[in-house]
Write a protein that binds this ligand. Structure first.
Ligand code: FAD
Length: 283
């Protein structure tokens, strides 16, 4: 399909990064942030790896984004494996840095870590953040239009999502997906149970198909058969893959925004090019 001209995208965008651990990764992040901040994102966020030394990487990266780039940078905070005291210390540190937005998650237990920690679910973390810091933070939580892989069923997962909002979350970002109807059905279902917060779709650009497949198996995001077949058929033709996947994801974004999505949150994986290609395609 050839690109069709569109009006500019009238929607806020946010960009998600992961904390760099090596000098090479730090340089790559720096280059990506330089390019992506030209788009004037609403905010950017930095993921959090549960357990030990990875904790400080998020804090350091948040400080860098704020000090060197003047960006509204939101840390992700997951409770898995952490004690109340550790989580409290992080919340207080972010508060003292002037951070106003947190993405609150349960996280997943890293292999080798035995204890799940003091808080079992993201709803308990949201409650804890409110206890420690009142209304200081705008809290985003995760939600799953295609259902979280550990949920008993779709209704139990919806009830859990409501629990997080009732505990004090202000908004949600979805797991990525490639089926716009699933998102709209999810938003309808959520509105029917009385949840009215903004639900921003998480968008995963397709840069590396084998990596995407691995992620999707872990997090339960479905890659439609037609998409898998086309991407597999292109094999090593990276230009064809780039062109096709940019088209597919830009079309998804367009459908979401036209259908009322309140923003787009891009999982950049610290690479500017695939996200910028989609945004350029959208005008
Ligand atoms: P929860 O909302 O706690 O749900 C986890 C599971 O428990 C679900 O199946 C839910 O249905 C079930 N559940 C919840 N409450 C109950 C209850 N009371 N009784 C029974 N079952 C219940 N991971 C990271 O490690 N770091 C990150 O930075 C990170 N960022 C993310 C950002 C986004 C936007 C998204 C969508 C995901 C992110 N993740 C991250 C992944 C996330 O941590 C995993 O998907 C994790 O498995 C679930 O986290 P949650 O916050 O949705 O958990």
């Amino acid at each position: 399909m050839s690109p069709t001209p569109h009006s500019p995208l009238p929607t806020p965008v946010s960009f998600e990064f992961f904390p760099p651990k090596t000098d090479e990764q730090r340089d790559a992040l720096e280059r990506s942030v330089q390019r992506l901040k030209a788009v004037a994102p609403d905010y950017v966020s930095m993921t959090f790896g549960a357990g030990g030394s990875t904790l400080s990487h998020t804090v350091e990266a948040i400080k860098g984004l704020r000090a060197n780039h003047g960006l509204d940078a939101a840390p992700h905070l997951s409770c898995m494996g952490g004690s109340r005291a550790e989580i409290r210390a992080l919340i207080e540190e972010y508060q003292s840095l002037g951070v106003r937005r947190i993405v609150a998650l349960r996280g997943d237990l890293p292999s080798g870590m035995a204890s799940i920690g003091d808080l079992r679910y993201a709803s308990e973390l949201v409650e804890f953040i409110r206890d420690v810091s009142g209304d200081h933070f705008h809290i985003e939580v995760a939600c799953y239009p295609e259902v979280h892989p550990q949920a008993d069923d779709a209704l139990a997962d919806l009830a859990n999502f409501k629990r997080k909002i009732d505990a004090g979350a202000n908004g949600a970002i979805t797991q990525y997906f490639y089926n716009a109807d699933g998102y709209f059905r999810f938003v309808d279902a959520v509105r029917k149970i009385g949840v009215d917060v903004p639900i921003v779709p998480g968008i995963m650009p397709i840069a590396n198909f084998s990596q995407l497949r691995r992620f999707s198996e872990m997090c339960g995001a479905e890659i439609p058969r037609w998409l898998t077949k086309r991407l597999t058929a292109y094999a090593d033709d990276t230009d064809a893959i780039r062109e096709f996947s940019t088209d597919v994801v830009a079309e998804l974004c367009r459908k979401l925004v036209d259908g009322g999505a309140p923003g787009l949150h891009f999982y950049t994986l610290n690479r500017a090019k695939p996200t910028l290609a989609i945004l350029e395609r959208l005008g």
